[in-house]
Design a protein around this ligand. Structure first.
Ligand code: HEM
Ligand code: HEM
Length: 145
């Protein structure tokens, strides 16, 4: 089960980065060209949200079954940068990132003008993406190494 969840989390990570970056670029272009907020924009933002929520759920399960997750939390782990990344920084920062993404999606849904909708997504999704990219275990990510 551990291996299955690890592969799932690793694969969703790649898909998430692709759909999320596309959704963000699509909204940046929309904002810069003062376009109408179309159904395509709404769907792109929603697909990015769903991918991030799915990854949150799989990540939470993984955190409790992986030897690198909660079971590895200790004083010694905090002195090791890779151990600290897996057991603390990666989960914590990604939960914050996904919370920001969800807030942005929700604010965009409630916004009344097209410009506001674009701005909310661009600001919150950019912050979320920066946080996610800052805490990916790039050197050890099996899918890209
Ligand atoms: C740990 C698990 C999860 C938490 C804590 C969570 C939390 C939330 C929250 C707070 C919202 C409200 C956003 C708003 O104000 O509009 C939301 C919406 C949503 N979530 Fe999740 N979620 C989780 C897992 C999932 C999963 C596994 C999926 C699907 C694969 C999913 C799909 C959605 C969708 C489709 C919406 C609604 C978007 C809309 O309003 O159009 N979530 N979630
Ligand atoms: C956008 C959110 C996230 C992304 C893009 C992401 C991405 C990744 C990637 C690329 C790996 C390395 C996989 C490999 O080496 O094959 C990983 C590992 C891991 N992630 Fe995440 N993750 C996210 C959120 C989370 C969350 C919210 C948690 C926990 C609450 C979590 C827990 C873990 C754990 C425990 C591992 C280590 C698995 C192992 O090798 O045993 N992740 N994540």
């Amino acid at each position: 089960m551990y291996t299955g969840f690890k592969h799932l989390h690793s694969t969703i990570a790649l898909l998430l980065l692709i759909v999320f970056a596309l959704a963000l670029v699509f909204h940046i272009i929309g904002l810069l060209t003062s376009s109408q907020y179309s159904k395509g924009h709404r769907v792109a933002a929603l697909v990015g949200l769903i991918a991030s929520h799915l990854q949150l759920l799989v990540g939470l399960v993984l955190y409790f079954i992986s030897p690198l997750g909660v079971s590895n939390l200790s004083g010694d782990t905090m002195k090791d940068s890779l151990g600290r990344l897996y057991a603390l920084e990666h989960p914590l920062i990604n939960i914050i990132a996904i919370a920001l993404i969800t807030i942005g999606y929700s604010k965009a849904k409630k916004a009344t003008t097209d410009k506001q909708k674009f701005t909310k997504i661009v600001v919150f999704y950019s912050l979320g993406l920066i946080l996610i990219l800052s805490r990916i275990p790039w050197q050890t990510w099996a899918l890209i190494n």
